[in-house]
Ligand binder design. Structure first.
Ligand code: ATP
Length: 368
């Protein structure tokens, strides 16, 4: 079922000042899809999730789940459906499972509190446990499971009452790095099979990219970009989004030719003229930056390019860090610092003169 949030505003009073956690946020989460709210600490993502769940009261706006208005305030008229009547399942960061109960009792709890007939409960619990690949684990004490398994118990508990939507609040952040990666892949598979409208809060871009149909990037109580994982990563609109989605190079730049032959934009930058991906709405003379992610810079052997072609820049290696799967290399081109990745087998040493190729497909002119 679709979630629709319109002009949602939430402020907090904190130490005598007003913090705007949500600044008239409008968002829709289409039926059956996974949407991630991604952003740094304090950007408002948890507040938005908690408002939808009914755990926080907004100042104004509307929240709909399917055709039902679950919260709305317009002037003095307020509509509010209590959290337990909103048809929401929740999975929290701190699993929130009860350690003194068995796996079965943990998962059965929502059904018991909703008054589901006792005879129906065992089958429904076992179905939910099977779904998260914990069939037959019902009799175990909840604590006799690994962190990843405990998180799956909390997912089973969230889906057992067949909610209309599921909200996830940083569910993997308590797992160590390796387990988080494994559980992320399992969760992707579970969410695909579940095909239920899901809103997922995280500050981890890898999780957002791996799990979502749509990524919503938030900054200071506002949505600053929304799109598929590819769009948000490769077509980041602002410096903030480029930077938040991964390490990148930023070069001060001015648009020279907005429509250069070959379907590119030509920009004057601090390392010389660069062909960039075209962007509509830009005009000659406009100032901004060219943002280039590390993987769009390649080191070329200087001997192969005696005369520097377009989008090639002479640079000097300052350091190279071996990180197992690749090397991260810092360079200078005049006064400009650059960072890129090379295959682990490419060995570069400080002081080495190289040529760096800027792939136009990864050079993005940004104005904000
Ligand atoms: P995190 O990942 O750290 O949880 P977040 O993006 O989820 O961050 P929120 O928890 O939604 O951010 O907080 C948004 C803003 O509202 C922050 O500035 C936060 O300090 C403030 N805030 C949240 N809850 C309260 C509260 N109960 N009282 C006062 N201020 C609050």
């Amino acid at each position: 079922m679709e979630i629709r949030v319109e002009k949602l505003r939430k402020t907090f009073q904190s130490e005598g000042s007003t913090v705007t956690a949500l600044n008239d946020v409008t968002l829709d989460v289409p039926d059956g899809t996974v949407t991630t709210l991604l952003g740094p600490s304090g950007c408002g993502k948890t507040t938005l999730l908690r408002c939808i769940a009914g755990l926080e009261t907004p100042d104004s706006g509307t929240i709909r789940i399917g055709d039902t208005v679950v919260w709305s305030k317009d002037g003095s008229r307020t509509t509010s459906v209590t959290p337990d009547k909103r048809g929401i399942g929740m999975v929290f960061q701190t699993y929130a499972i009860w350690p003194h109960m068995t796996v079965f009792d943990n998962v059965a709890y929502p059904l018991q509190s909703q008054g589901v007939p006792r005879s129906e409960i065992p089958d429904r619990v076992e179905r939910a446990l099977k779904f998260v690949q914990l069939g037959g684990y019902g009799k175990r004490p909840a604590t006799a499971l690994s962190g990843g398994q405990q998180q799956r118990v909390s997912l089973a508990r969230a889906i057992v009452s067949e909610p209309r939507v599921i909200l996830f609040d940083e569910p993997l952040s308590n797992l160590d790095a390796k387990l988080r990666e494994e559980t992320r892949a399992e969760l992707r598979d579970l969410l695909t099979r579940l095909a239920i409208t899901s809103l997922y809060v995280t500050h981890d871009r890898f999780e957002a990219l791996a799990l979502s149909d749509d990524v919503v990037v938030m900054q200071s109580g506002n949505i600053v970009q929304r799109g598929s994982p590819d769009e948000v990563y490769f077509r980041s609109n602002t410096h903030f989004v480029v930077d938040f989605m991964g390490k990148a190079n930023f070069l001060d730049a001015t648009v020279k030719e907005p429509e250069h032959p070959g379907g590119h934009l030509l920009a004057d930058t601090s390392v010389g003229p660069l062909l960039c991906e075209t962007r509509e709405g830009l005009s000659a003379g406009q100032r901004g930056q060219v943002a280039v992610r590390m993987e769009f810079l390649q080191v070329v052997d200087a001997a192969d390019v005696p005369e520097l072609p377009q989008n090639h820049v002479a640079a000097t290696v300052t350091s190279a860090m071996f990180l197992g799967e690749y090397r991260e290399v810092d360079l200078t081109a005049g006064d400009v610092k650059l960072v890129l990745r090379t295959p682990a087998t490419t060995v570069l040493v400080p002081g080495q003169q190289v040529v760096v190729r800027f792939d136009p497909a990864g050079c993005r002119f940004i104005t904000e």
